[in-house]
Ligand binder design. Structure first.
Ligand code: PEP
Ligand code: MN
Length: 263
């Protein structure tokens, strides 16, 4: 169902009215985790001023350590919905349990399936039964074929609105958090009609590399990027080390412009 041979033209998917894929390059940005109204609204206001159309933010966080901040849950979802209402930015948020699928559809415009859940087949089927689009991240040790088969699970269950996301894979390299696989982006664009996004924040885990790898993503044909931002990264409850400040973010938008219009 995902193959180019079955559909030559790019799928265009609407996230709350914002069209992704098909030659648009779309930036999704926001905090790793929703932490408070002040935090989320401050970031949304900064992003709105930069004309960013879509807001991300985790309410359910799949943390490596059980002692790390786990997210605000439904309270976080409600904050995302109110940020959407105030700033007019549809929202993307991660689902980690099939039981939350119906509840989340009242709050978010796009489900995110995280790297750790790419092969959680019950979760894939649960979002496959929903109507809202799904941003499906590549597992950190998943092959390109496995990513495409995970997408197949969602579409086969009834939801054709899948956006793929390369977010870095585990390699022998330890100088960066993950190794962003741009091969995968170029290859996926050939193999499938689905939109392909890049997450340079988790893909590198190094703040100073987000800007160059975002430009590389645009150059290699990605349909957009999803980037983590925070107005005060030192105080962030998750992934502060890789969060772009307002200044970093406006620099990124200036630097990526030529790559977007050239694409
Ligand atoms: C995230 O986007 O905050 C996240 C947890 O990403 P990943 O699943 O790619 O690690
Ligand atoms: Mn994160």
């Amino acid at each position: 169902l995902v193959a180019r041979e079955l559909q030559a033209h790019d799928s265009i998917i609407s996230i709350g009215g914002v069209k992704v894929g098909g030659g648009n390059f779309t930036v999704i940005a926001g905090p790793c985790s929703v932490e408070s109204k002040e935090q989320l609204f401050g970031i949304a206001e900064m992003l709105k001023a930069q004309h960013i159309p879509l807001l991300r933010g985790g309410a359910y966080k799949p943390r490596t350590s059980p002692y790390s901040f786990q997210g605000l849950g439904e309270e976080g979802l409600a904050l995302l919905k109110s940020a959407k209402d105030v700033y007019g930015m549809p929202v993307v948020s991660e689902i980690i349990d099939p039981i939350d699928a119906d509840l989340m559809s009242d709050y978010v415009d796009c489900y995110q399936i995280g790297a750790r859940n790419m092969q959680n087949f019950r979760l894939l089927e649960a979002v496959g039964k929903q109507k809202k689009p799904v941003l499906l991240k590549r597992g950190m040790s998943a092959t390109i074929e496995e990513l495409l088969l995970a997408a197949e699970y969602i579409i086969n269950a009834g939801n054709p609105n899948v956006i793929l996301c390369e977010r870095g894979i585990r390699t022998f390299e330890t100088a960066t958090r993950n190794t962003l696989d741009l091969n995968a982006v170029a290859l996926l664009k050939q193999k499938t009609h689905l939109p392909v996004f890049v997450d340079p924040s988790h893909g590198t885990g190094v703040k100073s590399l987000i800007n160059p790898l975002s430009r590389a993503a645009a150059a290699v044909g990605a349909d957009g990027i999803i980037v983590e931002t925070h107005l005060n990264p030192k105080e962030a409850l998750s992934d502060g080390h890789q969060a772009l400040t307002a200044d970093d973010f406006s620099q990124l938008m200036a630097d990526i412009k030529p790559f977007i219009s050239a694409a």
